[in-house]
Design a protein around this ligand. Structure first.
Ligand code: NAD
Length: 266
C-alpha cells in the first residue's frame, strides 16, 4: 500500500514516517506540509531522523496523492476536513488521528466518508482502546451509585482541551450509563458552583512540559474508588496503531471507522 503523510514535519508526522517504514506492506510515497512550512522541499526521511528516503515534503496534496492509496493525517480538524474533501474527490482512503472535532465537524467528516473508507480515531493506541472497553464494562457493573471524574495530562503545546481521548472516555461511560455525554459533561467548576450533580461527568485538563498523554478515569463511590489509568510513554504506539489501521482499511467499504473496529473490540 502506498502511503502519503500530511503534517509530515510535525511531532506525530516524524513518528508516523518511522512506523510506515517499519510496517510490512506499507510504503511511504508522499509527505505533505502546510504552505510556507520551512521544511518544504526537504527529504521527509531526513527530517524524521530516518535517513534519506527520496520523498520530498510538498504542499501540493492532490499531486502527492496521485502516487498514494491512502493518506495518514495527524493535523487539526479544519485541515483534516479540507484533506477529506480532496481524498473523497480522488477516491483515496484516509486514516486520521486529528483531535478536537466539534459535533458539526464530525458530521462533515461522516459526509466525506460516504465516498471513501476512513478511520477517524482520537487515540490510536491499543492500550487506550482496551481501556475504552474496560470503562464500558466498569460503568455497567457500577451503575448510577458511583460518581465519574476524568483527568487528563498533556504537553504544553497541545491545542485542544479536554483531549479527544478524554472526551471519548466520557462518551463511553455516558453511553454505558444511558446518559447523553454532551448534557452531562462538566468542564468548569469555580466559586460557589454548588455540589456536583449526580449525573455529571467532571472533565479536567492539566498541561505542562513534555507529557505525551495520561488519562485517569475515577469512579468514586461511598467508601471506595476505582481508577482506570493509561500512560503513554512515547508517541510511537500511536503511530504503530495508525499503521495497523492502514492495513485493516484495505478493501473496506466507504464509511467512518474507529480503532474499536480496527482492533475488533465491538
Ligand atoms: P504538531 O503541531 O507537531 O503537527 C501538526 C503538523 O501539521 C505540523 O507540522 C503542521 O505544520 C502541519 N499542518 C498544519 N496545517 C497544515 C495544512 N494546512 N496542511 C498540511 N500540514 C499542516 O502536532 P502533533 O502533536 O503531531 O499532533 C497533531 C494532531 O494529532 C493533533 O490533532 C493531536 O491531538 C493528534 N494526536 C492524535 C493521536 C492519536 O492517537 N489519534 C496521538 C497524538 C496526537
Amino acid at each position: 500500500m502506498n502511503i502519503a503523510i500530511v503534517g509530515a514535519a510535525g511531532r506525530m508526522g516524524g513518528r508516523l514516517i518511522h512506523a510506515v517504514l517499519e510496517a510490512e506492506g506499507l510504503e511511504l510515497t508522499g509527505a505533505i506540509e502546510r504552505p510556507g512550512h520551512p521544511q518544504l522541499g526537504m527529504d521527509a526521511g531526513l527530517i524524521a531522523g530516518a535517513g534519506e528516503l527520496g520523498v520530498k515534503i510538498s504542499d501540493d496534496l492532490a499531486a502527492t496523492l496521485a502516487g498514494a492509496d491512502l493518506l495518514i493525517d495527524f493535523t487539526f480538524p479544519d485541515v483534516t476536513l479540507k484533506n477529506l474533501a480532496v481524498c473523497a474527490e480522488l477516491g483515496k482512503m484516509v486514516v486520521s488521528g486529528s483531535t478536537g472535532f466539534t459535533p458539526e465537524q464530525r458530521a462533515d467528516a461522516e459526509k466525506y466518508a460516504e465516498k471513501i473508507p476512513v478511520v477517524l480515531a482520537p487515540n490510536m493506541s491499543v492500550g487506550v482502546n482496551a481501556c475504552f472497553k474496560l470503562l464500558k464494562e466498569a460503568a455497567k457493573i457500577l451503575g448510577d451509585d458511583f460518581d465519574v471524574e476524568i483527568v487528563e495530562l498533556h504537553h504544553n503545546k497541545k491545542k485542544d482541551s479536554p483531549s479527544g481521548t478524554a472526551v471519548r472516555m466520557g462518551e463511553v461511560v455516558a453511553d454505558s450509563l444511558g446518559r447523553d455525554y454532551n448534557q452531562v459533561a462538566n468542564y468548569h467548576r469555580e466559586g460557589m458552583c454548588g455540589a456536583r450533580t449526580h449525573a455529571e461527568i467532571g472533565m479536567q485538563s492539566v498541561r505542562g512540559g513534555d507529557i505525551v498523554g495520561e488519562h485517569t478515569v475515577y469512579v468514586i463511590g461511598m467508601g471506595e474508588r476505582i481508577e482506570i489509568s493509561h500512560r503513554a510513554m512515547s508517541r510511537d504506539m500511536f503511530a504503530r496503531g495508525a499503521a495497523r489501521a492502514c492495513k485493516w482499511l484495505q478493501g473496506k467499504a466507504p464509511g467512518i471507522y474507529d480503532m474499536q473496529d480496527v482492533l475488533n473490540l465491538k
